[in-house]
Write a protein that binds this ligand. Structure first.
Ligand code: C5P
Length: 433
């Protein structure tokens, strides 16, 4: 089977998924994400020049920011980078020809409607000219004409092509129409010339695309520390004392922090979750290990969210070998427990000005009152309280909570843990003042 035929097959297979539901839900379901997650979608247009390989980095940059990236290429671009590369990076079909998509005769309209921004990087002088004229003679340019999403263009070309009055005029036309231009850079060009024409820095292109897609980057330059999951306190080499916790909320908060531009450190107890993209994960087992890792990261953190369900106590002695019925009955009958350090309270006691500390409280009764008491006793700025009396919060994909601060109590309706993560970060920013 040739490359195009395989791509068609993949495109067709995904087509059904891309058809029902609203725009954001379509994106979420196609990517196999939990319902309620609305990942923004950026369409990356790749045109035929030597800088086409840098579009791979643009795709990765968008993905690191939590964005769903799809790729459309011109025929000439496929001479530089194979569609397979982008398909492997995006896990999405990669479109090239206007009529490649047997299941979707108006593919350009589906692509155009699906995206929250269309970034063409690199954009050749030819495609700049076509965009300026409103030409639509292939899938990429037809999609550009059909979309109402913001258009971002990052040109790349030979210095003389860039200087040419026609190109300069075309770029002015695009800018006047509200297209975001990510200016070429000066330097050594692949053709051997030196001058203006190099594709802009990938980070600048990604930042422009994220802005155009309305992705929030309000945590840029901030460091967010999150503790998540349970801890395990060993009794012997095979048994342990632990808490029920899936870690989903903490992982969602770390993911949201990175999506919004922060650097995130996630100190995680044992959970069955994948490390989120772009997050520094420190895996720990016991409360004492968690405290050590959190204490190391805490001084650099602007926002510290203590989400972990830390075991409040641990067996005083860890048996060196598996305790056995019969042989070790005395030891089993007298397992002594000793208190564990409080990770949140220990870190918060050293809080510096400007740092925000967020705690969680899982309660079965007097939820808000208990949260208020915890706020004071642990020196937290915000406590996210939830009612676990019916066991519903554990492992589920949504939750219903209260935000408790020194002067406010706010009930937050049931939300997916991903949306709750953004709410927690918003509330933390607000608590910081
Ligand atoms: O006291 P309680 O366990 O209910 O407090 C819950 C809050 O304190 C959560 O934010 C949890 O992550 C944190 N905590 C902690 N270390 C402990 C116990 C709780 O960081 N040993």
């Amino acid at each position: 089977m040739d490359e195009r035929a395989r791509l068609d097959g993949a495109a067709e297979a995904s087509c059904g998924l891309a058809q029902g539901g609203g725009q954001g839900e379509k994106a979420a379901s196609a990517a196999g994400e939990p319902a309620g997650t609305k990942r923004p979608c950026v369409l990356v247009g790749v045109t035929g020049c030597i800088a086409a390989y840098k579009a791979c980095e643009v795709v990765r940059g968008l993905q690191k920011a939590g964005v769903r990236a799809k790729v459309v290429m011109t025929e000439h671009a496929t001479e530089f980078v194979r569609p397979t590369t982008f398909r492997a990076l995006t896990h999405e079909p990669v479109a090239v020809g206007l009529f490649d998509e047997p299941g979707d005769p108006i593919h350009h309209v589906s692509l155009a409607q699906e995206c929250d921004a269309f970034v063409i990087a690199p954009c050749t002088a030819n495609v700049v000219a076509k965009l300026a004229c409103g030409l639509a003679d292939d899938l990429l340019t037809t999609t550009a004409l059909a979309t109402t999403a913001p258009l971002v263009v990052a040109p790349a070309m030979n210095v003389h092509m860039h200087e040419n009055a026609a190109t300069q005029e075309n770029l002015r036309v695009l800018a006047a129409r509200g297209v975001t231009l990510v200016e070429v850079e000066e330097g050594y060009l692949a053709c051997g010339d030196v001058g203006k024409g190099r594709l802009a820095d990938v980070d600048a292109i990604v930042a422009a695309a994220l802005r155009a897609a309305g992705v929030r980057r309000d945590l840029e330059g901030r460091h967010v520390l999150v503790t998540a999951g349970p801890t395990e306190e060993p009794l012997d080499p095979v048994r342990c004392l632990t808490n029920r916790s899936s870690g989903k909320t903490g992982y969602a908060i770390a993911r949201a922090a990175v999506r919004r531009g922060a650097r995130a450190t996630l100190v995680s107890g044992p959970v069955a979750l994948e490390a989120p993209e772009g997050v520094q994960v420190v895996r720990v087992r016991t409360a004492c290990d968690m405290l050590a890792a959190a204490e190391e990261a805490f001084p650099q953190a602007d926002i510290a969210v203590f989400c972990a369900a830390v075991a409040d106590m641990r067996p005083e002695r860890v048996a060196p070998r598996k305790l056995k019925k019969g042989r070790d009955d005395d030891a089993l009958a007298s397992v002594r427990l000793v208190p564990n350090p409080d990770v949140l309270a220990t870190c918060a006691a050293r809080k510096r000005s400007g740092q925000v500390v967020v705690g969680f409280a899982a309660e079965t009764d007097d939820v808000v009152e208990s949260a208020r008491a915890k706020l004071a006793s642990k020196h937290a700025d915000l406590v996210v309280a939830n009612d676990v009396s019916d066991g519903r919060a554990f492992g589920s994909d949504d939750n219903e909570v209260w935000f408790v601060t020194a002067d406010d109590v706010r009930a937050v309706p049931r939300l997916s843990k991903d949306r709750l993560a953004d709410e927690v970060l918003d509330a933390a920013l607000k608590a910081r003042g």
